[in-house]
Structures are given as structure tokens and as C-alpha cells.
Design a protein around this ligand. Structure first.
Ligand code: UDP
Length: 321
């Protein structure tokens, strides 16, 4: 059973599954309660791109707090195991490098990223408290930057932005001087890690899932233009508030307890991702059409999706939470 409010997800992403008789797709927002007979719950519900989670930050907090509560209530009621998608953002601007699960983080609680960072931190707290108080069987995955096919071209995060810009022969929008680092994990590796974590017994503490290969954003730009056969042309833009300067997972816990580690290096993952975007741009008529104006700019939220994340569509407001 796949639940989505389609704010950032697309029906197309699961179209290949719709013919399976045991697959069901429901339009549902986790901020609303739900009762289903299930034995495992993967709660991945929350926009992950800064432009998307900052579009309606109050709703982002609700998705993480009320949404996670609703999923925990469901897990408790039907005795399901529940895995919460947490994030490397719980480490904020880290003073420990690479980040181990024992590090408590350095997060600005009142900044523009707080709706996501603090939302995910409370979600972890709720998970641990439901485990301690109600014996709910929980799993917490701290996911580091993930990329791959089926990302939206208007996602707004760096990998999709750079690929779309390079394919359209536009300048790459580099925020800051590009020396900030991230560790990028290919989607297939992440999915494998999530499934292993869900099915490991008795693992109730957070586990980092990410690729320890660390790259500066400038290095990422260089690799992407090379793979797209483009020239490196950069449009420097200001670094967003509270943008972490470095990030890299320590994955010792995942290696030891899940026997998991990423198998797809960055360049190889990008080689698999570029053709996906090229195909999407060709289909929508925007491939290599410089400033064609036919595609929404990277990071823009299509009008038809905004409703999914607007207050009007928000049950929690009508019930005055
Ligand atoms: N970034 C950039 N250009 C873009 C989008 C992002 O230089 O068009 C930078 C951003 O400032 C950050 C890094 O790339 O330092 C990763 O950003 P992203 O939004 O992908 O993920 P997050 O900041 O949440 O890790």
C-alpha cells in the first residue's frame, strides 16, 4: 500500500506497479489519521528539498509531528513495526566529522531549515517515546543526501538542478563558493539499506544510511557538466541561511549491524541518473533548448501540486491542532 498526498510525488513514479494485484495506491496525507491492516510501515512522508519544505513550513512541522504521531498510533493499534525516515539534518551544522549516530547535532531551532530539521528531531523523539512507553517496534534511519531516477526535474536540490541546467546548457546555480560538502547516496543503495534496517531484529536506535564519499558542491558541478557534455559555466548565488558547510556519514553501525554499505559510487550513480533527466526533458520539449521557458524553473512548485500542501487542504487546521 503506497500513500502519497502528491505534493512532491507523482503517480508516474509508481505507474509500473499499478498492474500488480497486490499493489494499492491511495491519495492520503499523513496529517490525517488512518486505520489499515499492515505489518510494516515505512514513514517517508515529508518534502525533502529545502524549496519544498520551506514552501509551507508550518505544514512541514505538522507532517513530521502530527504525521509521525498518526503513523505511530496506527503501528501501535495493529502491532506493526514502523520505520521513520529521519535525516542527516538532525546533525545541523556539525561539530563532529564524519557524523556518528552518537553525535547530538548543532541545529538552529528558529532558522528557515528548522521546520524540517527540528520536525525530524521531534519525529525521532516520538519514535523513541512510543517505543519506551508503548513498546512499539521502531526503526530510525538517518538518511543522507539521496539522488537518482524519478526525482522531479523541478525538485530544487543540487543534483537535479545541476543535471537539468547542464542538459539545457544553462549556467549552474552554485550557492556560496561551492566549498561546502555533501555525501550523495544512489537511490538503490538507500532502498536496500531501508529494507535491511526494517527487517533487522531489535535495532531501536538511529542508523545512518548514506554514502561516505564526500564531495564539494563545486566538484559535483564539474562531474555533472562532464557527464552531460557541457561546459562549466557557473552563476554564483548567495549561500542559503544555515546551509551546512560539511556533511559525511559514519556508517560503521550500518556496516556492522546490517551488513550494509553503498555499492554505487557517485560518478556511476550520476551516469544512471543523467539519461533519466535527458529523457524527461526531451519528452517535455526542453532538452538543450536554452531558456526555452517551457519548463518550470528548477525548484518551482507546479500550481496543481501546491494544493496538496496548502492550508486549505489541511485537516489539522480545521480541527484546530
Ligand atoms: N546547492 C547549490 N545549487 C543549487 C542547489 C543547491 O549550490 O542549485 C547547494 C546547497 O546550497 C547545499 C548543497 O548544494 O550546499 C546541497 O543542497 P540540497 O538542497 O541538494 O540539499 P541539502 O542542503 O538539504 O543537503
Amino acid at each position: 500500500m503506497c500513500l502519497d498526498n502528491f505534493f512532491t510525488g507523482r503517480r508516474d513514479n509508481v505507474r509500473h506497479l499499478l498492474d500488480y494485484s497486490r499493489f494499492e495506491l491511495l491519495r492520503h496525507d499523513v496529517c490525517e489519521p488512518l486505520l489499515l491492516e499492515v505489518d510494516q510501515i515505512y514513514n517517508l512522508a515529508c518534502p525533502a528539498s529545502p524549496v519544498h519544505y520551506q514552501y509551507n513550513p508550518i505544514k512541514t512541522v505538522k507532517s513530521n509531528v502530527i504525521g509521525t504521531l498518526n503513523m505511530l498510533v496506527l503501528a501501535r493499534r495493529v502491532s506493526a513495526r514502523i520505520l521513520q525516515a529521519s535525516t542527516s539534518e538532525v546533525y545541523g551544522e556539525p561539530h563532529v566529522h564524519p557524523q556518528t549516530e552518537r553525535y547530538w547535532g548543532n541545529v538552529n531551532p528558529i532558522g528557515l531549515r528548522a521546520c524540517y530539521d527540528e520536525g525530524k528531531r521531534v519525529a525521532e523523539t516520538l519514535m523513541m517515546d512510543y517505543h519506551r512507553q508503548n513498546k512499539v517496534d521502531i526503526r530510525i534511519a538517518r538518511i543522507f543526501n539521496t539522488y537518482g531516477p524519478r526525482m522531479a526535474e523541478s525538485d530544487g536540490r543540487v543534483v537535479s538542478n545541476f543535471i537539468v541546467q547542464a542538459l539545457r546548457r544553462e549556467r549552474l546555480t552554485l550557492y556560496g563558493d561551492g566549498s561546502q560538502t555533501r555525501s550523495f547516496c544512489y537511490v538503490d543503495d538507500l532502498v536496500e539499506g531501508l529494507i535491511r534496517l526494517m527487517n533487522a531484529d531489535g535495532l531501536h536506535h538511529p542508523v545512518n544510511l548514506g554514502n561516505p564519499g564526500e564531495f564539494s558542491i563545486h566538484q559535483l558541478a564539474e562531474i555533472i557538466v562532464e557527464l552531460c557534455g557541457a561546459e562549466l559555466e557557473i552563476e554564483y548565488q548567495p549561500l542559503p541561511q544555515d546551509d551546512p558547510t560539511q556533511r559525511r556519514p559514519d556508517i560503521t553501525r550500518a556496516q556492522q549491524l546490517l551488513g550494509w554499505q553503498p555499492t554505487v559510487p557517485l560518478r556511476q550513480g550520476l551516469e544512471r541518473t543523467v539519461p533519466y533527466f535527458a529523457q524527461r526533458l526531451t519528452r517535455s520539449g526542453g532538452h538543450q533548448a536554452k531558456h526555452s521557458g517551457r519548463l518550470a524553473p528548477a525548484g518551482d512548485i507546479p500550481v496543481e501540486r501546491r494544493r496538496a500542501y496548502s492550508e486549505a487542504a489541511d485537516w489539522t487546521d480545521r480541527h484546530q491542532f
